[in-house]
Design a protein around this ligand. Structure first.
Ligand code: PAF
Length: 281
């Protein structure tokens, strides 16, 4: 298992690995790995000759300093978890200076409108930060395959746009959301929630299922009222948004548009921690 911290060391290994047209599979993460990440690594292992997992809490995608500071960090545990899948997997754990060596202002991406809605609305600049780091990683690794989770559906659309524009040779594989027993989508942020609130978090996925079963029958305004009251009757739970949008361009749901596939998107603050989820409708 190679654990590498600098780009110089990384390039030495990548040069060897890329010979004979070996396929590099890249799993970018911010660490604090859970079964969702591990499922991505499993798929990466099946598809690629060499798998690289990156662990980097990317400061430029946090609009809130406290969110950045409190983001869970468990490097030793992460390495153990990756090793339990395979000792052949490579890990890149760069420092902030390694990824942002000079104070060059961030590249400004234009994603049309899809970065200003849903997560983008509540986290201004977030997707520009994601795009910045993902583009850097793609440039460094030149992967054949990259692996991302469906839980961050909006993020996957942004990354598809980056691939389309800058890296047409990269194949993106989107893997299904992995859920806790109660339906809660796994996320590193779940670790920040108290046991008591955690035991009630199943309501988020239940609400999405309720919305899926009813959005055709109930007027959206009434649906939203029902959803808000379901969530907010629980102490310390606050609905940030619930929206139904199309899966391709995140255009808002219109019941007359039969050609589009729609998806429900939800964000709930639990004890101030933002939890997001989505479901195809
Ligand atoms: O989804 C994440 O964990 C992060 O946004 C990513 C893609 C690793 C970029 O920092």
């Amino acid at each position: 298992m190679n654990i590498v911290k600098t780009k110089a060391d990384l390039y030495r290994l990548l040069d060897e690995q890329r010979s004979f047209s070996n396929k590099i599979g890249l799993v970018p993460t911010m660490g604090s790995l859970h079964m969702g990440h591990l499922s991505l690594i499993e798929v990466a292992k099946r598809k690629s000759d060499f798998v690289w997992v990156t662990i980097f809490i990317n400061p430029t995608q946090f609009n809130d300093v406290n969110d950045f500071k409190s983001y869970p960090k468990e490097i030793d545990g992460d390495i153990k978890k990756i090793r339990s899948i395979s000792k052949e997997i490579n890990i890149f754990i760069p420092s902030v200076d390694e990824m942002y060596p000079d104070n060059i202002p961030l590249e400004k991406f234009n994603f049309g409108d899809i970065d200003n809605i849903l997560e983008g609305k509540f986290r201004p600049g977030h997707f520009n930060g994601v795009a910045t780091i993902v583009k850097k990683l793609f440039e460094i690794f030149e992967p054949c395959f990259v692996f991302f989770g469906e839980k961050d559906f909006q993020q996957t659309l942004i990354i598809k746009k980056i691939i389309y524009k800058f890296f047409p040779e990269i194949n993106i594989i989107i893997c299904p959301t992995i859920r806790d027993k109660n339906g809660l989508a796994l996320s590193s942020r779940n670790k920040l929630i108290s046991k008591n609130s955690f035991s009630k978090c199943g309501i988020i996925f239940e609400t999405l299922q309720f919305a899926k079963a009813n959005y055709i029958k109930i007027d959206f305004v009434d649906l939203l009222v029902a959803i808000k009251s379901k969530i907010e009757t629980i102490k310390n739970f606050e609905l940030e948004y619930f929206e139904i949008r199309d899966e391709e361009n995140l255009v808002i749901y219109n019941q007359n548009d039969y050609k589009k596939s729609f998806r429900g998107f939800i964000s709930v603050k639990v004890e101030g921690v933002r939890l997001i989820d989505n479901l195809p409708f």
